[in-house]
Ligand binder design. Structure first.
Ligand SMILES: C[S@@+](CC[C@H](N)C(=O)[O-])C[C@H]1O[C@@H](n2cnc3c(N)ncnc32)[C@H](O)[C@@H]1O
Length: 212
């Protein structure tokens, strides 16, 4: 489930690292502060960490450098191949937010960047319910992803992209399942997480949740 965008990522994999450093003008603001955002996510977790949507492994690298044990989950074959080439010791499974292997070890945190919006809101709810069973009290979920503050902000962002003639970005914003802060607050709270939000750039918010 939530795998409907995998072909797109198989095709994007080769040029993905150029996009995040601003080579694609349409996505420049989406990835603004990319490195700083990965650092912020990595600074909030430690121990044994599941990372969903590893992509080319840029967040994994930061987590590994801090001495964490990283279990990567990535559904795109091409993305997995690039991440493996860059970081041969990184463990990466073929899976997704809703299908992951069984682990015997205690999981301290779950992280993800620029990926949770590939799930519909119903699927997001199922995923957080699943993680609520997997994580013990005090364990964390830290995501950074495009989220809208409210409906007005959504309209303003899409109108702005249209005015600039950013067709690919507008199609993406209309196609994928970017949600609202209040939807996420309800989902996390219902599954016994205390959650905080912080805006990191025009598109991306930090979602910082602790299991109660
Ligand atoms: C925009 S990239 C982000 C990659 C990386 N996390 C980063 O911050 O650079 C989105 C990633 O999410 C992955 N993805 C797409 N659907 C997914 C799903 N249902 N579950 C987990 N990952 C998914 C894609 O294959 C891709 O690698």
């Amino acid at each position: 489930m939530g795998r409907e965008f995998i072909d797109l990522f198989d095709h994007w994999a080769e040029s993905y690292d150029n996009t995040v450093i601003g080579h694609d003008i349409e996505y420049k603001e989406v990835f603004e502060g990319y490195d700083r955002i990965l650092d912020e996510v990595a600074s909030k977790v430690n121990g044994t960490i599941i990372e969903f949507g590893v992509g080319t492994g840029n967040l994994s690298k930061k987590l590994l450098e801090k001495g964490n044990h990283v279990i990567g989950i990535e559904p795109s074959k091409e993305m997995r191949a690039i991440a493996k080439k860059k970081f041969p010791h990184l463990k990466i499974y073929d899976g997704d937010f809703l299908s992951l292997p069984e682990f015997n070890e205690k999981i301290d945190a779950i992280v993800s960047t620029w990926a949770f919006h590939h799930l519909t809101d119903d699927e997001k709810n199922l995923a957080i319910e699943k993680y609520s069973h997997l994580l013990e009290k005090g364990a964390k979920i830290v995501f950074a992803d495009t989220v809208y503050e409210n409906l007005e902000a959504k309209h303003a962002i899409i109108e702005n992209a249209k005015r600039k003639g950013f067709k690919n970005l507008v199609d993406d914003l209309n196609r994928e399942y970017y949600t609202f802060i209040e939807v996420l607050r309800t989902i996390f709270t219902n599954h016994r997480f205390e959650v905080q939000f912080k805006q990191l750039n025009k598109f991306v918010w930090l979602i910082d949740a602790v299991k109660q």
